[in-house]
Write a protein that binds this ligand. Structure first.
Ligand SMILES: Cc1cc2nc3c(=O)[nH]c(=O)nc-3n(C[C@H](O)[C@H](O)[C@H](O)COP(=O)(O)OP(=O)(O)OC[C@H]3O[C@@H](n4cnc5c(N)ncnc54)[C@H](O)[C@@H]3O)c2cc1C
Length: 483
């Protein structure tokens, strides 16, 4: 009699290399059922946004292709994950379900439910860690509590780091038992058709495990060495752009960490400043997950309670201008257009656009968080929530509220030659560089020569910077505790 199959439930670990859940299932020697569940129904879950859905379609296709090369295939099912897994286990006689754990509050609850229900029915459940370098329970301060401040968290991670070599991808897989079938990917309609707004995203990215490994190679081969000096310059390709691959688990943070360390080691026997700086960013990712896991309300509510009474001033007209990249501030508009076109925005510009929304426009950070959630290919509940709260000043170890980015000065400092603005706001391309970040100051003659007309071909600023700054500071005064 054939051994009972094991279900490998793929989640944000859409890869075959360094996938501990998959490796353990393969080692058990039973037939495997690789399964992905599209679950928009589990209470409390954040249904994926449009850009993420586009990515997911591509990534699932790649995973299926890679599984088929090894004699298996991906089974797709849609619905509340607990029910889908229960039915699949019952119908296939599966003896066990293996998966990589999730950290979102709804995912934590879901896993508990699955464990309770299925183990009660005699199906073994095994959870593996595959998406983080450190489990959120393992990094604690001297008092045995979770960290709220990044630097000590970072140091604790560095002290704890003992990374094993990544698992190899299985060379072959026992095939999926006859009769086990699922949905057709196209039937899920994850990608837009009419209109197809995803052309720019498709041109910018190669989703899937092979694409992720290629992106890492490109980064290691030249970009990493200059990371520390170029990571803040949006007009150059100075960062790894691994964020969507890491989010969907097409590559593990351990693979990235080890590759960076061995590249740096190969050069001079010790970690250079660029590698150190990059690994620190990977720890910021860990910190976001640490915060989300220990403070599950992070995506919805301010971490610092006094911000619950912050006098926001929602304004749908201003919000729309921000979303569409029509604020009249070129660096903000460039960022928002890059986001809309490619599904990604440079980190420095994310900070500038986010600060502009919550401070100059006084619009609640949750509005920005929701827009990013829908439009980013790397939309990630932990990183997005932690970063928005960081910018808004309401988060753990956040930027102080009164530090307000001036988009003109930021533009001049980080895009001094205007390369980034010219790429994404082409109507300004003919302006002299010294006017590029404040085009409304260009004389009529200069505007004419540059073939623009402020207020017509490019918007006049939607808010006065000094007045916006004052309004933001006054609003902050209203919630500050009396000294
Ligand atoms: C308002 C705002 C919203 C954001 N939303 C997201 C999001 O939804 N998803 C997301 O992955 N990142 C988010 N970030 C963090 C950061 O902007 C991106 O991770 C980064 O720009 C991705 O590009 P990269 O892969 O080239 O980064 P690199 O500079 O190459 O960094 C390597 C990796 O480290 C991690 N990382 C880098 N910076 C941060 C950070 N500040 N916080 C947490 N992890 C970080 C990412 O996984 C990234 O891929 C947000 C930042 C801001 C200011």
């Amino acid at each position: 009699m054939a051994a009972a199959p094991i279900i490998v439930w793929f989640r944000q670990d859409l890869r075959l290399h360094d996938n501990p859940a998959l490796s353990a299932a393969v080692a058990a020697g039973a037939p495997l059922i690789p399964l992905y569940v599209l679950d928009d129904e589990t209470p409390g879950s954040w249904a994926m946004g449009g850009a993420s859905r586009w990515w997911l379609h591509e990534s699932l296709n790649c995973l299926d292709r890679d599984l088929r090369k090894r004699g298996s295939r991906l089974i797709l099912a849609r619905g509340p994950a607990a029910e889908v897994l229960r039915d699949m286990a019952r119908e296939t006689g599966a003896s066990a379900i293996f998966w990589s754990r999730g950290y979102e509050p709804w995912a934590v609850r879901l896993e508990r439910t699955i464990q309770r229900q299925l183990e009660g029915a005699g199906v073994r459940c095994r959870r593996f860690s595959g998406s983080l370098l450190f489990e959120p329970e393992d990094i604690k301060n001297g008092a045995g509590e979770p960290y709220k401040v990044f630097t000590p968290f970072y140091k604790a991670c560095l002290a704890a780091v003992r990374l094993a070599q990544p698992h190899k991808a299985p060379a072959s897989l026992v095939r999926v038992p006859e009769g086990v079938d699922g949905d057709q990917l196209d039937a899920w309609a994850l990608q837009p058709r009419k209109p197809d707004w995803a052309g720019g995203i498709a041109a910018a990215w190669t989703p899937g495990e092979a694409g992720a490994r290629e992106r890492l190679e490109t980064f290691l081969d030249g970009v990493l060495a200059k990371y520390k000096v170029r990571r803040d310059v949006p007009g150059v390709d100075g960062t790894s752009r691994l964020s969507p691959h890491l989010h969907f688990g097409e590559i593990s943070p351990r693979q990235v960490w080890n590759a960076v360390v061995s590249t740096a080691d190969a050069k001079n026997g010790r970690l250079d400043a660029a590698a150190e700086c990059y690994l620190r960013e990977l720890i910021w990712r860990e910190f976001s997950y640490h915060l989300l896991f220990h403070w599950p309300h992070f995506p919805e509510k301010p971490f610092r309670p006094e911000f619950a009474k912050f006098p926001w001033a929602s304004d749908s007209r201003l919000l729309k201008a921000w979303q569409q990249g029509r604020t009249g501030y070129p660096i903000v508009d460039a960022g928002m257009r890059e986001l809309w076109t490619t599904g990604w925005m440079h980190n420095r510009v994310r900070m500038i656009t986010a600060s502009f929304l919550v401070k100059h426009l006084l619009i609640p950070w949750q509005e920005g968080e929701r827009w990013f959630w829908d439009t980013l290919v790397d939309a990630d509940l932990a990183n997005n929530a932690a970063s928005w709260q960081w910018v808004a000043g309401s988060g753990a170890d956040a930027a102080p509220y009164f530090r307000i980015f001036n988009p003109v000065l930021q533009g001049k400092k980080f895009d001094p030659d205007g390369k980034y603005v010219k790429a994404w706001v082409p109507e300004l391309a003919k302006l002299p560089t010294e006017r590029l970040h404040e085009p409304w100051k260009a004389s009529e003659k200069v505007q004419e020569q540059a073939r623009i007309k402020i207020g017509e071909t490019y918007p006049a600023p939607i808010v006065d910077l000094a007045a916006g700054r004052k309004r933001a500071l006054d609003a902050y005064e209203a919630i500050k505790e009396p000294a």
